[in-house]
Design a protein around this ligand. Structure first.
Ligand SMILES: Cc1cc2nc3c(=O)[nH]c(=O)nc-3n(C[C@H](O)[C@H](O)[C@H](O)COP(=O)(O)OP(=O)(O)OC[C@H]3O[C@@H](n4cnc5c(N)ncnc54)[C@H](O)[C@@H]3O)c2cc1C
Length: 551
């Protein structure tokens, strides 16, 4: 005990040492196994380098960036409109580290490399653990690429800058930059899920150039060099690239009304904007706006899953680190049977989340060449987005409780993670919208349902609980009555079966068996910590444990 631990009235003991300077990649066996299983292991060196930063200096930068949120400077001191957003230096540093390690571009700068999306997905999952706010512009910048390809001239100009491995935060025209970031503007006051209700008008000027008049109610990362935006043109809803600056150096007429005062996501700026005759370049055909921007949204939905899986992993890491050091009633918390159950249950959920998210990243990887994977990606995306994001909030609350009162205090990571937790479920299509999208896939792309069952049946015969669940799901998908009203239950059961099938094939027997017994076998309650008592908790905990010395 050091002298600083001796107060006049008491001494400090039984307080854990915080987890610092650990490698978030090397200590995450579930992630390492999933990346290998899905073909991204070639990226281990960059993942390890980034994992060390995430478990070290980035965690502190994340704390600073979230404690010092961005501020809008709408006007300069003389009253000129400048629409600037000031960020804390920690935010800029986080963006620099993320872009130099490929969080926004690893999948694009390695064309044809199998597992490129998987490797980038792992980077995003790591990044979100230190700071989720920067992941918003990173994911939008990454996801913009397929949509930009619908406008070959714009693609030639913008894609090299969007995929550059640096971060240039300067407020200058994109023509004078070699690295750019992209945002997305769909949601308006009268409707977000129902984007067809957009009222922003696009007036044709000449040669693919338009003028936008209207607004966006949510417009994250307004500091981005351009946004992909939906607006109503003569032929209907259309996608546009709206640059922040005009080539002559003047601001484009995109006025930031205010920044949203949000529950969490504090390091990220989300704004309301008005287009007061803003210059816009058409991306894709007039009237094809939804189809065009959905190519971007598919990838941002994948990142919502990865983000939620990453938040869960970081919450689990904090819970394990605390309970392995804290005693109550004469025993370490982690050795108390009921706490073991809670932690093992959380470890299972965390592993199932990362396994499913990376399986879908693999499907994205192969979807250009393999029709089965393309069909699977179509239906598994909303299934995974729904389920993984839905699990995040109760999961983090449970992990928080493992730290007792300290988990509710800002000195720890848990309040930041808890405030962030609901967001991935809300944006990029809220939970109900995901379930409806699963039904849309079933009805409009029957091959996606076939791909789903092929995937599930790959685990057939490995455990009876999965076999009977597959039969139940087949029946459920063939009964059309009340399907919409029941779709949450159906999607939940499908997600669990998919996770079970993936875990069973990945071969980590104890994990797969415990997952199937609890999630498919009915031996689990509604809260975490309700695993059947005869499951061996220790191997699950050892697998999930972050060894402080692993660097
Ligand atoms: C922090 C933050 C940042 C954001 N950043 C951006 C951004 O950068 N760009 C952008 O475009 N948007 C952004 N959004 C907006 C977000 O995508 C929308 O809020 C979301 O899509 C829901 O739209 P809405 O808010 O209009 O809710 P609504 O569309 O009104 O939906 C409300 C609820 O109704 C449900 N619902 C809708 N339709 C149905 C139906 N048919 N059946 C059953 N239930 C239904 C929805 O699932 C939801 O739960 C952001 C949101 C947040 C919170």
């Amino acid at each position: 005990m050091s002298t600083s631990d001796r107060f006049l009235t008491h001494s400090v003991h039984n307080q854990p040492t915080p987890l610092t300077d650990y490698n978030a990649w090397l200590t995450d066996q579930a992630l390492i196994d999933a990346v290998e299983w899905e073909g991204g292991q070639w990226a281990a060196p960059v993942l390890s380098a980034y994992g060390e930063l995430v478990g070290g200096e980035m965690m502190e930068l994340g704390r600073q960036a979230n404690g010092n949120p961005p501020r809008l400077q709408a006007f300069d001191r003389y009253g000129h409109r400048i629409d600037e957003v000031d960020f804390h230096p920690a935010y800029l540093e986080l963006m620099g580290l993320a872009t130099s390690h490929g969080v926004h571009n690893l999948s694009w700068v390695n064309p044809g490399q199998p597992g490129a999306h998987v490797a980038r997905a792992a980077l995003l999952y790591l990044s979100t653990q230190a700071d989720a706010g920067t992941c918003c512009p990173l994911t939008m910048t990454h996801a913009a690429v397929p949509a930009l390809r619908h406008a070959p001239d714009l693609a030639t100009e913008w894609i090299p800058k969007v995929t550059a491995s640096t971060y240039d935060h300067r407020s200058i025209p994109a023509t004078r930059k070699s690295a750019c970031t992209i945002g997305m503007g769909m949601t308006e006051k009268q409707g977000g899920s129902d984007v067809r209700s957009n009222t922003t008008r696009a007036h044709h000027l000449h040669m693919g150039e338009y003028e936008l008049v209207g607004h966006k109610w949510f417009f994250s990362a307004p500091q981005s060099d351009a946004h992909l935006v939906l607006a109503q043109a003569e032929q209907g809803l259309t996608c546009f690239l709206v640059p922040r600056f005009l080539d002559d150096g003047n601001h484009n007429a995109v006025r930031i009304q205010r920044l949203k005062d949000k529950l969490g996501d504090h390091s990220n700026a989300s704004s309301e904007v008005e287009f007061q005759g803003a210059l816009a370049h058409r991306v894709g055909a007039e009237g094809r706006g939804v189809a065009t921007i959905l190519e971007m949204v598919a990838l941002t939905r994948l990142d919502c899953m990865l983000g939620s899986a990453g938040l869960m992993r970081q919450a689990l890491v904090q819970a394990l680190n605390h309970t392995r050091q804290r005693e109550a009633f004469g025993r370490l918390l982690i050795r108390q049977p009921l706490m073991e159950n809670v932690l093992a249950d959380l470890a299972l959920e965390s592993e199932a989340a990362v396994a499913l998210a990376l399986r879908i990243a693999h499907a994205v990887d192969c979807s250009g060449t393999d029709p089965h994977e393309a069909a699977l990606a179509r239906i598994a995306m909303p299934i995974g987005k729904y389920w993984i994001c839905k699990r995040c909030t109760p999961f983090i609350n449970e992990a928080q409780e493992c730290l007792g009162g300290l988990g509710y205090v800002e000195d720890t990571e848990l309040p930041r993670l808890y405030r962030q937790a609901p967001l991935n479920s809300i944006w990029e299509g809220s939970a109900n919208v995901q379930c409806l999208d699963v039904l849309r896939a079933v009805h409009r792309s029957p091959e996606s349902l076939q791909a789903l069952f092929n995937e599930l049946e790959a685990g057939h015969g490995l455990i009876p609980a999965l076999d009977s669940e597959i039969d139940n799901l087949k029946k459920a998908f063939s009964q059309h009555k009340d399907m919409e009203a029941q779709s949450r239950y159906l999607v939940e059961r499908t997600a669990l079966a998919l996770q079970a099938s993936i875990l069973l094939r990945a071969g980590e027997e104890q994990v797969a068996e415990a997952f199937c017994r609890s999630r498919l076998g009915g031996g689990h309650g509604l809260a975490f910590g309700t695993l059947p008592a005869d499951i061996s908790f220790q191997p699950l905990l050892e697998r999930a444990m972050p060894a402080a010395s692993a660097r």
